[in-house]
Design a protein. Structure first.
Length: 457
C-alpha cells in the first residue's frame, strides 16, 4: 500500500500483530485443550483401575457364588462425561466390558477443515491404560478414551467462542487505534497547510506549538526555515528591485543619448543629402541616385532608431495609463509586422488602480513576451490579456506559433528578466507550450504590491 495514509498503515500493522497474538492464543488453546483431555482420560483410567482392584479385594474377603468382576458401572456413574469410554482388558486378552457415554445432541458438528487440521496435529482417538493388580500381579488393565468426534466438537465450540471474542476485540482495537492515531497526527494537517502556504509564496506562514516532542522539533525547524526564507526573499527582492531600477535608469540614459547624439547626426545626414541633391540637380545630375540612396538609408536608420528608443524607453505609464501604453505597444507591432502577424489586446477590470511602478513592470513583461513571440514564434495571432481581479493582477500572452528549442535557449535573459520582475512583486510566472501555441501567464498579488510600496516608502 504505497499511497495509504499513516493512520491506516499503522492501524493495519497493529491489527496484524494483534491477529498474530490471537492466533498464537488459539494455538495454545488447542494444545491446552488436548492436554486437559489427556489428563481427564488418565484420571478416569486410574480411577477405573483403582475401582477394579477394590473389587478384586472384596472378592477375596467376601466369598460369593456369583462374582461380579469387572463391574464398571460404579465408575461410570461418577466419572463419565459425553464421549468418554472406559473398558477392562485382561492381560493378553481382549476387552471384556465397555461403558461409553453418548454425545450431546444439541451441539453441531465442527467444520471439516478444523476436523482435518485437529486430526493432523493431534491424535484425538488415542486411549490411556492403567494396570489392574491382584495378589501382587497384573491381571489386566483399565482403558479410557474419548470419542474423537465428540472431543473435536467440544474443542471447536470452545475455540469458536474464543475466536468470536477475539474478532470483536480486534475490531474495537482497530477503531480505537485509528481514532487515537488520527488525534495524534492531527497536527500534520497544519504542517501540510503551512508547506502549501510556503509553496504559494506566503512566507509569513508559521506553525503553532504541538504537544508531541517530535512534531515540536519539526515545528521549530519549519518556523526557522520560513523565517530565513522570508528574510532571504525580502533581501533578494530588494536587490532585484534595485537592479531593475538601475537597468531602467540606464535604458533611459542610453535612449536619451541616442536621441540627442545619434538622432541629431542622422537628421544632419538627411539634411546634407537633401542639400547635395539640390546641388547635383543643377550641376551634376549623375550624383542624384547616390543622394537618394543616402537619404533612404538615413531614413531607415531613423526608423530603426525610433523603434530602439521605443523599446529602451517605453511611453510614460503614469501619464498615459497602462492600458493605453499596451494598446500603443500592440499598434506598433501591428504596423511593424504588416499582415503576417495580428496582435490583439483585451483588458478587463479597473486598470487605473494599478500602481505606477507595477504598471511599468507589467508593461516590460508584456513587451518582452511580445518581442520574443514576434522574433521566434512565427505566429499568426498574438493575444495579450490583462485582467484586474479582486486580489491579483493577471497578464496572459498567448500565441498560435511554435518556438524552436534554440530560440528558447537564446531568449533566456529576457525570460530571466520577466521572472525577476514577477518575483520582485511576490507573484508567479509560468510558460506552457503545446502544439497549438505558447501561453505566458503572470500573476501579481495586489496585497504583495501594496506591501512592497509601503516598504519602499
Amino acid at each position: 500500500m504505497p499511497r495509504s495514509d499513516l493512520k491506516l498503515r499503522l492501524t493495519l500493522r497493529i491489527a496484524a500483530i494483534a491477529a498474530l497474538c490471537f492466533a498464537m492464543s488459539a494455538a495454545y488453546l488447542l494444545y491446552d485443550a488436548d492436554r486437559s483431555a489427556r489428563a481427564r482420560i488418565d484420571r478416569v483410567a486410574a480411577l477405573a483401575a483403582g475401582a477394579l482392584e477394590l473389587q478384586q479385594s472384596k472378592m477375596q474377603w467376601i466369598r460369593t457364588d456369583t462374582p461380579r468382576f469387572p463391574d464398571l458401572q460404579t465408575v461410570a456413574t461418577t466419572a463419565m462425561e459425553p464421549g468418554l469410554c472406559i473398558a477392562y482388558r485382561p492381560a493378553g486378552g481382549d476387552i471384556l466390558q465397555r461403558a461409553c457415554s453418548g454425545t450431546e445432541s444439541h451441539q453441531s458438528a465442527a467444520p471439516p477443515v478444523f476436523t482435518a487440521l485437529y486430526r493432523t496435529l493431534f491424535d484425538p482417538g488415542r486411549e490411556t491404560a492403567h494396570a489392574v493388580h491382584a495378589r501382587g500381579k497384573v491381571i489386566g488393565e483399565a482403558v479410557a478414551w474419548l470419542d474423537p468426534t465428540t472431543l473435536i466438537v467440544q474443542i471447536w465450540h470452545a475455540l469458536s467462542r474464543l475466536l468470536a471474542a477475539m474478532l470483536a476485540t480486534l475490531l474495537v482495537l482497530c477503531v480505537l487505534v485509528y481514532l487515537a492515531l488520527a488525534r495524534a497526527l492531527r497536527p500534520t494537517r497544519l504542517i501540510r497547510a503551512g508547506l502549501e502556504r510556503i509553496a504559494a509564496n506566503d512566507l509569513s506562514a508559521r506553525l503553532p506549538p504541538f504537544d508531541l516532542a517530535e512534531l515540536s522539533a519539526v515545528r521549530d525547524v519549519f518556523n526557522r526555515l520560513a523565517e530565513d526564507l522570508e528574510r532571504t526573499t525580502a533581501e533578494r527582492n530588494a536587490l532585484t528591485h534595485r537592479l531593475i531600477s538601475v537597468q531602467d535608469d540606464e535604458r533611459k540614459r542610453l535612449a536619451r543619448e541616442l536621441h540627442d547624439e545619434f538622432g541629431q547626426n542622422l537628421t544632419a545626414i538627411r539634411a546634407l543629402a537633401a542639400s547635395i541633391g539640390q546641388t547635383a540637380t543643377r550641376q551634376c545630375p549623375a550624383l542624384l541616385p547616390e543622394c537618394d540612396s543616402i537619404a533612404r538609408t538615413s531614413t531607415a536608420m531613423m526608423e530603426t532608431l525610433r523603434g530602439a528608443l521605443f523599446r529602451l524607453r517605453p511611453p510614460d505609464v503614469e501619464e498615459l495609463g497602462l492600458a493605453a501604453s499596451l494598446e500603443g505597444l500592440i499598434s506598433s507591432w501591428n504596423g511593424r509586422s504588416g499582415a503576417r502577424t495580428r496582435f490583439e489586446g483585451r483588458f478587463d477590470g479597473d486598470l487605473d488602480r494599478i500602481a505606477v511602478d507595477v504598471g511599468a513592470d507589467l508593461y516590460r513583461i508584456a513587451q518582452e513576451a511580445i518581442t520574443n513571440v514576434a522574433k521566434h514564434a512565427d505566429a499568426s495571432l498574438v493575444v495579450l490579456r490583462l485582467a484586474m481581479r479582486k486580489d491579483e493582477i493577471a497578464l496572459n500572452v498567448e500565441d498560435d506559433g511554435h518556438v524552436p528549442d534554440d530560440a528558447v535557449a537564446g531568449s533566456g535573459m529576457g525570460l530571466l528578466g520577466m521572472r525577476e520582475r514577477v518575483a520582485m512583486r511576490g507573484g508567479r510566472l509560468s510558460i506552457r507550450s503545446s502544439a497549438s501555441g505558447t501561453t505566458l501567464h503572470a500573476v501579481i498579488p495586489i496585497v504583495a504590491t501594496k506591501t512592497l510600496q509601503e516598504n519602499a516608502a
